[in-house]
Design a protein around this ligand. Sequence first.
Ligand code: APR
Ligand code: ZN
Length: 287
Amino acid sequence: MENLEEDLLKRAAKDLINSSCAIALTGAGISTESGIPDFRGPSGIWTKDPEAERRAYRSYQTFLDDPKGWWQERLATPIGLLGALEKAAPNPGHQALAELEKMGILRWVITQNVDGLHEKAGSKNVLEYHGSIFKLRCVSCGSRFDRDQFDLEELKRQNELPPYCPKCGGLIKTDGVAFGEPIPSDVAHRSLEAAWECDLMLICGTSAVVYPFASLPRTAREKRAEREKETETGLHVVERIPAVVIIEINAEPTPLTYEEISDYLIEGKTGEILPGIVDEVRRLREI
Ligand code: APR
Ligand code: ZN
């Protein structure tokens, strides 16, 4: 491991130990080492198949226009990705964040991933900003249900699609948030609150180009703390200083790096860097 990276690991470990409210934001990059492709990385799903991305952009409108047809098409699609996601296992990157939570350092994981791997790794406080592939959601009252609470195949056989909400009678959709679909208000609100309250934000494996998620680091960056200082002439002045340390861990720089929203980037694999940081935290705590 290069010296620079080692120094950055030490710096991140110190920053985490000195923090009083640390949160982590994650994207598809943290799950590639679990065999799940990301979207915009060099071998990402959209990078390889731009047409699939265009289709994804139309999906929500298709659901609104024709929910029955949307469900029929969904249930006709071979369960390729769903099957792969169900089989996937968390990697050392997920486990390291779960460890930081257990150590009492990490307060929340806010993820764009629908794969459920943070929970599988043992993280308790997870906000699924883009929903979960294992759940369904009512688009009216926002209630969520496990997929197996509905016999979707039977509804299809009985020609009774789309499924409706047993609580309010609203339309049921998969919980995964489609492009153009509003972020469910409960996770949107709690994520914004967490971004405003934190004093350290660890951003792992995201290209940070999809909004509104990518606005969370910018919200945190706006936060200022006040500190008194004495000028050369002996005057006491109050200065406003950045109140959040923002650390990126990603295979490549992102707009957050170039616009200096983040304080520093540790460039590399989350599955290698995050466990390295946890080891360093442990070592520093023993000293
Ligand atoms: N370690 C660190 N970084 C990685 C790794 C890894 N093992 N693997 C990939 N990366 C980086 C990629 O280089 C890329 O910069 O992670 C980033 C993943 O970015 P995206 O593919 O754009 O994924 P994400 O940011 O999560 O996308 C946001 O877009 O398509 C929608 O709804 C989907 O939630 C998703 C959202
Ligand atoms: Zn409902």
